[in-house]
Design a binder for this molecule. Structure first.
Ligand code: SF4
Length: 211
């Protein structure tokens, strides 16, 4: 059994984050769960602003699996080539569209087991689709959440899955989707990977890094 003792101020931290980031939701732009899925697939190793630039064009004509499946992989590559790993992403998105059309009537499935069957979709992407897209209880852990959870003493997990399990124990289920955004925005705006702005951090009196 782990000896890890989570930060006893966890509930105060969550209340502060809820207040500070009350107005901040997803940075990715989308009009449907399918578009959210594609945007999250494009976002691996690419920042959300870059993804939005791509999808604002792409989704005008290709915002459904039916439409996107009309593109060949090289055509899709050309449309997303400003994002990292675009060849792999194009291959996976094209294959995902085909699977959605062949097996799910063009709808995005809403269980984790089905989502992770889609090419290029791992647990993190599946959790974003479940929580942000469908409002189901899931908590996706990305690089910001992983780092902030460690610094705040919410987890010492060595993998995203372990951090997810710790966060799900500490955060009430009704707040999982919101907490996903709180931690991401806090990591982006204040608790930067290299230069955390501890002096201006609203959590500085509760953070184990400064206590
Ligand atoms: S006090 Fe510093 S390390 Fe702690 S959460 Fe704030 S920015 Fe991050």
């Amino acid at each position: 059994m782990s000896e890890f003792k989570p930060n006893p101020n966890a509930s105060k931290i969550l209340a502060t984050l809820a207040q500070v980031y009350a107005e901040d939701g997803p940075a990715l732009e989308y009009q449907s769960v399918f578009q959210l899925l594609v945007a999250v697939m494009l976002s691996a190793q690419t920042n959300d602003n870059q993804v939005n630039k791509i999808t604002r064009q792409l989704f005008v004509d290709y915002g459904t699996p039916q439409a996107l499946a009309q593109l060949s992989v090289p055509e899709l590559e050309a449309k997303i080539q400003t994002c990292g790993l675009y060849k792999n992403k194009a291959k996976n998105i094209a294959a995902t569209c085909r699977l959605l059309l062949d097996e799910y009537g063009g709808e995005v499935p809403h269980t984790r087991e089905e989502l992770v069957r889609l090419p290029g979709v791992g647990r993190k992407t599946a959790n974003v689709v479940l929580s942000v897209g469908f409002g189901l209880p899931a908590l996706a852990v990305d690089t910001h959440i992983f780092r902030v959870a460690h610094r705040l003493g919410f987890s010492q997990g060595k993998t995203p899955d372990a951090v997810e399990a710790d966060l799900c124990r500490l955060i009430p289920e009704a707040d999982w989707a919101k907490a996903h955004h709180w931690f991401i925005w806090h990591g982006r705006r204040v608790c930067d990977a290299r230069r955390p702005n501890c002096q201006e951090c609203p959590l500085k009196h509760l953070c184990p890094q400064l206590l």
